[in-house]
Design a protein around this ligand. Structure first.
Ligand SMILES: CSC[C@H]1O[C@H](OP(=O)(O)O)[C@H](O)[C@@H]1O
Length: 352
């Protein structure tokens, strides 16, 4: 699978591709502890819901591998919980880090109660659990790709070629590899079904122009970059067949938080009678919240809007609003929610 690697991990050594430097420079930086990971996530050197959870979790594995055998399992549990709670504060909207933390804390708790397991063995079990996230994510993404490609091809009348629009970055640079929405596009391309991918610039961080375009060019998938404000005209002009985006958190009713600009694409897709899909691992569905109204929306620094690098591009003193995400109502997700378990209608989501 010749795709880009946002995350490199080998026996306790963790590196990430510094995505703030893309596309001009492919530079890997070391992540030596949880604090390094928290900062890299907060600064968006690594971003993307699954990648955030994986880098956060692997940074804890890096620390635990270096840790001398803890005195007691209770000491180990307290340390693990403290570190994971801290990692969850790095970015609030994507649910993946929160759910990964909850799963690891639950495992640690179970190990405390297991008399047959000593502190050193418990640490090893936790390290293996954290390290397994990398391979699990790639397997999930390959399944998402296949389910999504099959569903889009079928619902688009099994046309020879398809024109698909996507937003932000949901590929190998947002996951452990292959991607979610961009994974579906990779699977469509593998099946020789892609006429053209339209990727939006995705202001203000420009995940589309800097990252998705980079991935599509890297893999020679036919693609056209458009500005965010060109989406309606592109849907009309190019007769786009489907829109597919990622997700940071899906509520129990199917309302979906994703990169800012997703909601307006869903409204535009509806008005152009274009199928609208969300692609995400099933773990992105937060059954603890009933609707999208409860999803916390991260506000990002205004400098992301007023500057390009160090160059000011907006008037000094202007007030800014810079939410990183918006919520698309379930009823606008007309194609379905594509997961590794299959494609679901919004009202078909049930915990497994
Ligand atoms: C594989 S889903 C990635 C998801 O995360 C992105 O947000 P950010 O770049 O701010 O982390 C965007 O919402 C994508 O859909």
């Amino acid at each position: 699978m010749a795709t880009l690697q946002a995350i490199k991990y080998n026996d306790g050594s963790l590196e990430i591709l510094d995505q703030l430097l893309l596309p001009e420079s492919c530079t890997y930086i070391s992540i030596n502890n949880v604090q390094d990971a928290w900062s890299a996530i907060r600064e968006m050197k690594v971003r993307g819901a699954p990648a955030i959870a994986i880098v956060g979790s692997l940074s804890l594995a890096v620390e635990l591998r270096k840790l001398a055998a803890p005195e007691t399992k209770k000491d180990l549990h307290s340390l693990v919980k403290e570190k994971l709670d801290y990692l969850v504060t790095s970015r609030p909207t994507a649910v993946n880090m929160q759910l990964a933390a909850e799963a690891c804390v639950k495992l640690s708790n179970n190990l405390v109660d297991k008399a047959s397991v000593d502190a050193a063995e418990a640490k090893d079990v936790l390290v293996k659990h954290l390290e397994a996230m990398l391979a699990n994510d790639i397997a999930d993404n390959l399944a998402i790709g296949e389910h999504g490609a099959r569903d889009i091809a079928k619902k688009c009348g099994n046309k020879d070629k398809l024109r698909v629009l996507t937003h932000c970055n949901t590929g190998s640079l947002a996951t452990a590899g292959y991607g979610t929405a961009l994974g579906v596009i990779r699977s469509l391309h593998k099946a020789n079904l892609v006429d053209q991918v339209y990727c939006t610039e995705t202001r203000p961080y420009n995940q589309g122009s800097r990252l998705t375009a980079f991935e599509l060019v890297y893999e020679k998938i036919p693609a056209t970059l458009i500005c965010d404000d060109m989406a309606a005209a592109a849907m009309k002009e190019f007769k786009i067949d489907a829109v597919i985006v990622g997700a940071d958190r899906v509520a129990a009713n199917g309302d979906t938080a994703n990169k800012i600009g997703t909601y307006q694409l869903a409204v535009l897709a509806k008005s152009h009678n274009i199928l609208f899909y969300v692609a995400a691992p099933f773990s992105s569905i937060d059954f603890q919240i009933p609707t999208g109204q409860s999803i916390p929306i991260e506000e990002r620094p205004h400098s992301e809007m007023t500057h390009t690098g160090s160059i000011r591009t907006a008037a000094a003193g202007i007030h800014c609003w810079n939410p990183g995400f918006d919520v698309t109502p379930a009823e606008l997700i007309t194609g379905g929610i594509v997961t590794e378990k299959g494609v679901f209608k919004s009202d078909q989501l049930v915990p497994v």
